[in-house]
Structure formats: structure tokens, C-alpha cells
Design a binder for this molecule. Structure first.
Ligand code: B1M
Length: 206
């Protein structure tokens, strides 16, 4: 049984090696990586954010926690992304201009790959020209992530940019809401990575 507490406390403390060892032990024991993600890894990052809001931790601690989380994600990715299907469609994904948060975006990309979609990962700090490169590579869905109230407004620019092209824009990230999505005319919103997959399924009629 994966030691969920060890994974969670390891991420909070930014102990990359301990996190990797605990996740690897769980994988070797045949435990569910989805459970490790939902019960330990994602809650750890949420708790980190709450601590940051209460001034109990600062940016450097968030950064080392994020590095430990990222190292854990690299271990779970190949397992979650295992699929032997022909791609169901192509999605490009990126974090919007001005925003460097990429953990949620990476998780959405992993889940989409696992569900059988081809994903063009555009990285962080994406302006409309960058999103356009994803569409030029054949993506018919543009997924935008934002973690900051100051950057989520850029999603409106993305919707505007693609309004005359045959692509769907979907959005998500901690501050984003359905109401905001409706207000900027996006084609869909999801509050988590599994929901993003269902959204893409429904937009592509899968
Ligand atoms: Co930042 N940060 N951060 N940070 N950071 C937040 C977002 C914050 C809420 C912390 C807080 O105050 N409590 C706050 C934002 C406040 C606001 O805007 N209202 C904040 C701030 C203020 C900042 C800085 C400005 C701090 C500073 O410098 N003073 C700065 C900004 C830098 C920049 O981007 N320009 C900054 C920097 C950083 C680090 C670099 C240190 C680091 C990021 C490292 C990295 O990403 N590689 C960091 C971190 C780690 C966080 C918190 C603690 C954790 C984010 C995370 O990874 N969550 C975060 C607190 C929080 O979110 N509670 C915080 C885990 C991840 C799995 O969840 O990303 O929400 P999330 O993704 C979810 C869903 O949202 C959804 O699915 C995912 C999985 O379920 N989803 C989508 C995400 N994208 C989607 C796209 C979709 C669909 C669903 O498309 C359809």
C-alpha cells in the first residue's frame, strides 16, 4: 500500500528524493497512481497554497514543493498515459501569457494522453501566437490554463484570436469558473483534469 502520508508530507517539505521513493514503492506494489495523485499529491499542493495565503511559507518553499511534485508526476505519467489506441484527436495546451504555473496544465496533458488524445504541450507563458502554433500542427482544441487572477483575463484574448477559426477553446485553473468561461465565450470549462478529458470527449463527440 502506497504511503500516502509520506508522499504528501514529502511534497510539502520539498523532499524530492523521499517523494520519488515513496511513489516508486507504491508503483512497485501495484498500487493505484490515481489514488496517489488524488489523495496525496494534489492535496499537498492545495495545502501549500493555503499555507502561502497564511504567510506560513514563501515562494522558495512553494518552488521546492513544486519540484518534488513534478518529479512525482514524471513517475506517474507513463502509467497514466498508457494507451494503445489510435489518437482520438489532437489538443494543444499551454498556460497563458504571464503565468508560469505548469503543474495543473501538465496533469491535464497527462490525463488527455491517457484517454487517447495526442497532446501538443506548448509550455507556459503562451501568447496567442504560441497557441496558434498548436493549431497549425493540427490541434482542433486549444486548452488554456491559468492560476492567477491577473493572467486569467488573457483567456479572452485567446478566444478572440480564434473566433474565425474552426477550433474550440477550453479553459481551467484554480481561479477560473464556469461563469468566467461563459463571460468570455469559451467553449468549455473544467475544474479538474478528469473533467477536462470529459469536456474534450463531448466537444469531439467521443
Ligand atoms: Co503560485 N500562486 N505564484 N507558485 N502557487 C498560487 C496560484 C496562489 C493561489 C497561492 C496563494 O496565494 N494561495 C497565488 C495566486 C493568487 C491569485 O492570483 N489569486 C499564487 C501567487 C500569488 C504566485 C506568485 C505571484 C507569487 C510571487 O511571486 N509573489 C508567483 C507568480 C509567478 C507567475 O506565474 N508569473 C507564483 C509562483 C509560484 C511558483 C513558481 C513558486 C510555484 C509554481 C511552480 C510550477 O507550477 N512549476 C507556485 C505554486 C506551486 C503555487 C500553488 C501553491 C500550487 C499550484 C499547483 O501546482 N497546484 C498555488 C496555490 C493553489 O493553487 N492552491 C499558487 C496543483 C495543481 C494540480 O492544481 O494548478 O489548480 P491546479 O490544476 C488543477 C485544476 O485547476 C485544473 O486541473 C488541475 C488538476 O486537477 N486545471 C485545468 C488546471 N489547468 C487546467 C486547464 C484546463 C482544465 C483544467 O483546460 C481545459
Amino acid at each position: 500500500m502506497a504511503d500516502l502520508e509520506k508522499i504528501k508530507s514529502g511534497i510539502l517539505a520539498g523532499q524530492r528524493d523521499a517523494v520519488v521513493a515513496a511513489i516508486q514503492a507504491g508503483i512497485d506494489a501495484g498500487d493505484s497512481v490515481a489514488e496517489m495523485l488524488d489523495e496525496a499529491m494534489i492535496p499537498a499542493m492545495r495545502e501549500m497554497g493555503d499555507k502561502f495565503s497564511r504567510n506560513e511559507v514563501y515562494v522558495p518553499q512553494m518552488l521546492i514543493a513544486a519540484r518534488a511534485m513534478q518529479a512525482g508526476l514524471e513517475l506517474v505519467e507513463p502509467i497514466l498515459a498508457e494507451t494503445d489506441h489510435e489518437p482520438l484527436g489532437k489538443v494543444c495546451i499551454g498556460t497563458v501569457k504571464g503565468d508560469l504555473h505548469d503543474i495543473g496544465k501538465n496533469l491535464v496533458a497527462i490525463m488527455l494522453k491517457g484517454a487517447g488524445y495526442e497532446v501538443v504541450d506548448l509550455g507556459v507563458n503562451c501568447d496567442t501566437a504560441k497557441y496558434q502554433t498548436g493549431v497549425d500542427q493540427g490541434a482542433t482544441i486549444v486548452a488554456c490554463s491559468s492560476l492567477l487572477t491577473t493572467t486569467m483575463t488573457y483567456m479572452k484574448d485567446v478566444v478572440e484570436h480564434f473566433k474565425d477559426q474552426d477550433v474550440k477553446i477550453i479553459i481551467g485553473g484554480a481561479p477560473v469558473t464556469q461563469e468566467f468561461s461563459d463571460s468570455i465565450g469559451a467553449d468549455g470549462y473544467s475544474d479538474d483534469a478528469n473533467g477536462a478529458v470529459k469536456l474534450v470527449d463531448s466537444l469531439l463527440g467521443k
